[in-house]
Design a protein around this ligand. Sequence first.
Ligand code: ATP
Length: 295
Amino acid sequence: MKTVVWNSGSGRASETDTLRTHLDHHATTWIDLSETSDLVDEIKASSNTPKSTVVAAGGDGTVNAVVNALMTIEAAQRPSMGIIPLGTANDFAGTLEIPDDISLAVEILAQEAIPVDVVRIQGENMERYYANIAAGGNCVRVSEVMTDELKARWGAFSYVRGAIDVLPDMTSYCIDLNCDGEVFQKLDSWAVLVANGKTNAGRIQVAPKASPVDGLIDIVIIRDGTVGDMIEIVANNLLGDFLECEQVIFRQVKSLQLQSNPPMRFTLDGEFVDREPVRFDVVPGAVRMHMNATV
Ligand SMILES: Nc1ncnc2c1ncn2[C@@H]1O[C@H](COP(=O)(O)OP(=O)(O)OP(=O)(O)O)[C@@H](O)[C@H]1O
């Protein structure tokens, strides 16, 4: 039994009809994320056994919504999860090596589901989950300047183009961190990434060593520096070894506590969160996902 959560606002939503032709014979319930007022209730009504599967047919925002709904279901009853990458960037699907081609992605749904980590994020009166990456600080400002027009014009380079726009006006955040007991105080920083998946903002490798099945979150802190330092980080990021840069702190941990002045805003799986997170914890193997078993 399958429930498909699709999203008429996702980048490749026009291909949902093709997906229907592949899945309709599986007695499938379809829920449009942008129409539903209570995704949790609808999922619980249609898929409430560990033998059922909830498929997120959309981008990272849709994956995020499904993960949060599934985490409200007791672990022993939690359905497995599949992903059909019908979004624009589909960063988490990329980490799980799920192909963009719909018929190939549907074939992956038949593979055995593997327990995948998710991350719990907490702040004042706020608790939620994400699958891929929480990006805070100036990354959020880059996301803000990334208009649809800029994305269409610059494609895969739109994030670099957005970073160049933000460069002259970067905010410096003074942060205190506790990474599994290792304490850092008053670090002047530009950005904090807390990663379960490897890529963000359109397949940019911001956490190349992250694995969603290792029981750890990858913390990447980009320290405050000069414009030259930032250009070096971006250039090394494109070449793939930026974790070695002097301006970068990299840790793999189970939990992170964070305080920032000024308060640091975050995006979770590409969507803005309105409250400041203060704690991140990996929840190992929380959701069984159909994926390429070699990941
Ligand atoms: N939980 C949610 N409820 C309602 N709408 C959502 C939710 N999450 C995301 N959206 C909105 O749905 C739209 C599409 O999101 P989605 O992330 O699935 O596709 P995308 O943006 O094309 O893909 P990607 O994030 O991979 O680039 C966005 O406008 C997003 O703001």
